[in-house]
Design a binder for this molecule. Structure first.
Ligand code: ATP
Length: 236
């Protein structure tokens, strides 16, 4: 199938069995969310997809390309771009410089300029702050900058690790709206979130991950009404 297919993946950290026969799919054009509590294996899954940890079993393909055998730095040439947890922007560089860095693998300078402009159009706040150092931004603005930098790399599959972390509810809403807009403009999104409420609002489908394994999956609207999800993840 086209899109991302994770099939029967195991990951071990020494004796810790972090992912256990994990399987899920993200079709091209979708926003799919992986939901789960602390320690469920969400970050491990992201690190697996971005080549930072290796599976001991199973396969990962993106539009037929075996991602499991690619080194992390080659993923971006296949359109797979990761926004890690904690944002990791460069705090002593300006907003504009941070955005430009997203294009470090893009040979065409005019294309980088165009994508930076598109990021500013999508997030005018970044344009207002383009000369400020990254470290002076609010948490929400830093998350926008991390997303903007990823967009400049030209993702076809955007991997977002807990973009809502540490943000106030109103800012979470803004960040989620930006992610939905990025998706509407044609980018496939895998959204890993502990904030199930926010993620289910914009996702098309979602998977619940517990101790490294999918325990529930379905259309986001159905999961949002599922009593098991409501009780465990929506705080009702
Ligand atoms: P969080 O939201 O806290 O990041 P998570 O769902 O992302 O949680 P992971 O960080 O992927 O979960 O962790 C999955 C399991 O693997 C946990 O049991 C965790 O303790 C373990 N783990 C994660 N990283 C390592 C590591 N570097 N060495 C050993 N065990 C690890």
């Amino acid at each position: 199938m086209s899109g991302l297919v994770v099939d029967g993946v195991d990951v071990h950290y020494g004796r810790v069995h972090a992912l256990r026969s994990l399987s899920f799919e993200v079709g091209e054009g979708e926003i799919v969310s992986l939901l789960g509590n602390n320690g469920a294996g969400k970050t491990t899954t992201m690190n697996l997809l971005s080549g930072l940890v290796k599976a001991t079993r199973g396969t990962i393909t993106w539009n037929g390309t075996d991602l499991g055998s690619l080194p992390a730095h080659d993923l971006v040439t296949h359109g797979v771009v990761h926004v890690p947890e904690g944002r990791r922007i460069f705090s002593t560089m300006t907003v504009h410089e941070n955005l430009m860095l997203g294009g470090y693998r893009v040979a065409d300078a005019s294309l980088v300029e165009k994508r930076v402009q598109q990021a500013y159009d999508l997030m005018p706040r970044l344009h207002e702050r383009r000369k400020q150092q990254g470290g002076t931004l609010s948490g929400g603005e830093q998350q926008m900058l991390a997303i903007g930098r990823a967009l400049v790399a030209g993702p076809r599959l955007l991997l977002l690790d807990e973009p809502s972390m540490g943000l106030a509810p109103l800012i979470v809403k803004q960040v989620m709206e930006i992610i939905a807009e990025v998706n509407q403009q044609g980018t496939t999104v895998l959204l890993v979130e502990q904030n199930a409420k926010a993620a289910l609002r914009i996702a098309h489908r979602a998977y619940v991950v517990e101790t490294g394994h999918v325990t529930l999956s379905g259309p986001a609207a159905e999961l949002a009404d599922d009593p098991r999800v409501v009780e465990a993840y929506l705080g009702a």
